[in-house]
Design a protein around this ligand. Structure first.
Ligand code: ZN
Ligand code: ZN
Length: 121
């Protein structure tokens, strides 16, 4: 399981306040489990579809922001750099509005690079 260490370090980062908008009673481990699963390409696509279908309910918007930031950090932990594509999760966002715009998906180039990095032994 190559993904284990990075998920654990992401949990550590969250505990250290990297995701400052994640507050009680939200369970960060649950989000990360979902994000880890979402890194599977098919599940990631389903997750994005689900978020779109459910619209902008406050809880879902919150979960979407958390997932977007967590996917971004996990992308870094796999060695991805920031992206020039404003629709890519690896775009460096300065505000929640920008986070909301990009969403938790990778551009085609980063999706391919992530697939390659994750396939490494
Ligand atoms: Zn970054
Ligand atoms: Zn990208």
């Amino acid at each position: 399981m190559t993904g284990y260490g990075t998920v654990e370090s992401a949990v550590e980062a969250m505990k250290l306040g990297a995701f400052d908008f994640i507050t009680k009673p939200f369970r960060s481990e649950e989000i990360l489990l979902r994000v880890h699963n979402a890194l599977d390409k098919r599940q990631l696509r389903q997750e994005v579809h689900r978020l779109r279908a459910e619209g902008n309910g406050a809880g879902e918007l919150f979960a979407r922001r958390a997932a977007t930031e967590a996917v971004h950090e996990l992308g870094h932990s796999y060695g991805l750099a920031h992206c020039d594509d404003r629709g890519c999760v690896m775009w460096f966002s300065n505000s929640l509005a920008e986070t909301d715009r990009k969403g938790p998906r990778f551009c085609p180039a980063h999706a391919a690079e992530l697939r390659r990095l994750m396939a490494r032994p």
